[in-house]
Design a protein around this ligand. Structure first.
Ligand code: PLP
Length: 403
C-alpha cells in the first residue's frame, strides 16, 4: 500500500489503495532508511551535524551563469516548449567543448542530445535499448539508476564487481561467456562514483574490444570527467578508436558548474543510440527550459574561468580529509578525480553499522557503501561538500571514535 495523498484519511486511503507494479517490487531494497532517520533525528535535536553524505556541491553556480539565465529568461522566445532536439546554440557549444576538451568531433545535429540532467538520460535509455528478458552488464558498487533503469525496462542487471585490488575496474575476463552473449549493453562510469577511480586508456581499449567481440552497446557515464584532482584530466571513452560506433556517453553540468538543481546535461555518441534515446524522450518529456540551455552553453564557453578553481577547492579538501584519515590509521586512497573519498571501514566491519556509529558518536553523515551494491560492503563514502575547516573538525571527531 502506498499513501496516495496527505489529504486522504486513513479510511479513504484504504479504499483506494492499490498494488504497485512488479517493476517497483523488483528494485533493490533501499538501504539508506536507517541512516536517513538517524540524520533527521540528529538535526531535529539541534546537533551540529557535518553532512558528507550526499554528492551535492555546497558552493554556488558561477555568477556569470546565473546572469546568463536571467538575461535569457527575459527573452519571450525562451518561454515556449523547448525543441525536442534541444537548443541549437547548446548543441554547438557542446560540440565545441567535446572537440576542445577531448579531441572528439561530433555532428552537433545527430550525435548530441541535451538532457534534463544525465540521470534522466540514464534512466530513459534502457527503454530505447532493452526489452523484457534482455540483460545488461552493470558494475557494482554503482550509481543506482543503472540498476533501476534496467529493471524498469523489464531487463536483468548482471553485476560486475568492482574490487579495490583491480583499481575498481571490472574484470572483463571474469564475465561468463553466457552472460556476455545474453547482455545487450555494458555500463561503465569513470571517474567513478562512489570509488573515485579513473579508467586508464588501456582499460577503455580492452572494453571496446570486449564490446565489439560480444556485440554490446557501451553506456558510459562521464558525469565526473571535469572534477580532476591531479594534473591529468580524465578522458572520454569516445576518444578510443572504435568506441563511437557503439557508445552513448553521458555528460553533466551538475558537478562541473555546481548546477545540480538546474537539471541539464547531454548525451553524445553513436547517432542511432542518440536518436533512439531522443525518441523515448520526445514521448515522455518536453526538454529543458530554453533559457537554462542557453545559460549552460555560456557556462561551457567560460569553463576556464571557473572549473580549474573548483578542482583546486576539491583537491585541498581531499588532501585535508585523506591526510587526516591516514593519521588516524584509516587505509584510504586519495581519489584522482570526483569529490568522493571511498574509505575502507576501520577493522573491516559492516558499512551500515559504521555509518550509524559515525553519525551517532561523531555527528557526521557519510554513506554506507553497501547501498551502492553488495561489493560496496566494508566501505563508506565521504563527499567533499564542506570546507577544509569543517573537514578538519570531522577528522577531530573521528579521532575520538572507538572501533
Ligand atoms: N552519474 C553519476 C555517476 C552521478 O553520481 C550523478 C549524480 O550524483 C549523476 C550521474 C547525475 O547527474 P545529473 O545531475 O546530471 O543528473
Amino acid at each position: 500500500m502506498i499513501p496516495l495523498s496527505e489529504k486522504c484519511t486513513p479510511r479513504e486511503e484504504a479504499r483506494v489503495a492499490f498494488e504497485v507494479a512488479d517493476r517497483l517490487k523488483r528494485l533493490p531494497p533501499y538501504l539508506f532508511s536507517e541512516i536517513d532517520r538517524k540524520k533527521k533525528a540528529a538535526l531535529a535535536a539541534g546537533r551540529d551535524v557535518i553532512n558528507l553524505g550526499i554528492g551535492d556541491p555546497d558552493t554556488p553556480t558561477p555568477a556569470f551563469v546565473i546572469e546568463a539565465l536571467a538575461r535569457h529568461a527575459r527573452d519571450p522566445a525562451t518561454h515556449t516548449y523547448a525543441l525536442d532536439e534541444g537548443d541549437p546554440g547548446l548543441r554547438r557549444a557542446v560540440a565545441d567543448f567535446m572537440k576542445r576538451r577531448f579531441g572528439v568531433e561530433l555532428d552537433a545535429a545527430g550525435e548530441l542530445l541535451p538532457l534534463i540532467g544525465t540521470k534522466e538520460g540514464i534512466g530513459h535509455l534502457p527503454l530505447a535499448l532493452l526489452d523484457p528478458g534482455d540483460a545488461a552488464l552493470v558494475p557494482e558498487p554503482c550509481y543506482p539508476p543503472y540498476r533501476s533503469g534496467t529493471i524498469f525496462a523489464g531487463a536483468e542487471p548482471i553485476y560486475m564487481p568492482l574490487a579495490r585490488e583491480r583499481g575498481f575496474l571490472p574484470d572483463l575476463e571474469a564475465i561468463r561467456p553466457a552472460d556476455a552473449a545474453r547482455a545487450k549493453a555494458i555500463y561503465v562510469n569513470y571517474p567513478n562514483n562512489p570509488t573515485g577511480a579513473v579508467a586508464p586508456r588501456a582499460f577503455y581499449e580492452s572494453l571496446v574490444a570486449f564490446a565489439e567481440a560480444n556485440d554490446l552497446v557501451i553506456v558510459s557515464d562521464a558525469a565526473y570527467t571535469e572534477l580532476a584532482l591531479e594534473g591529468e584530466r580524465p578522458m572520454s571513452l569516445l576518444e578510443v578508436p572504435g568506441a563511437r560506433a557503439r557508445t552513448i556517453e553521458f555528460h553533466s553540468f551538475s558537478k562541473t558548474f555546481n548546477m545540480t538543481g538546474w537539471r541539464v546535461g547531454w548525451a553524445a555518441g553513436a547517432a542511432g543510440l542518440v536518436a533512439a534515446l531522443g525518441r523515448v524522450k520526445s514521448n515522455l518529456d518536453s526538454g529543458v527550459f530554453t533559457a537554462i540551455q542557453r545559460a549552460a552553453a555560456e557556462a561551457l564557453g567560460r569553463y576556464d574561468e571557473f572549473v580549474p578553481g573548483l578542482c583546486a577547492t576539491y583537491r585541498a579538501r581531499r588532501d585535508a580529509l585523506c591526510e587526516g584519515l591516514a593519521r588516524l590509521g584509516w587505509e584510504v586512497e586519495r581519489p584522482r578525480a570526483t569529490f568522493y573519498v571511498w574509505a575502507p571501514v576501520p577493522g573491516g566491519g559492516s558499512s551500515i553499522e559504521a555509518s550509524s556509529h559515525i553519525l551517532e558518536e561523531a555527528d557526521i553523515v557519510c554513506t554506507p557503501g553497501v547501498g551502492f551494491g553488495a561489493p560496496g560492503e566494508g566501505f563508506v563514502r565521504f563527499a567533499l561538500t564542506v570546507g577544509e575547516e569543517r573537514l578538519a573538525e570531522a577528522v577531530e571527531r573521528l579521532a575520538k571514535l572507538r572501533w
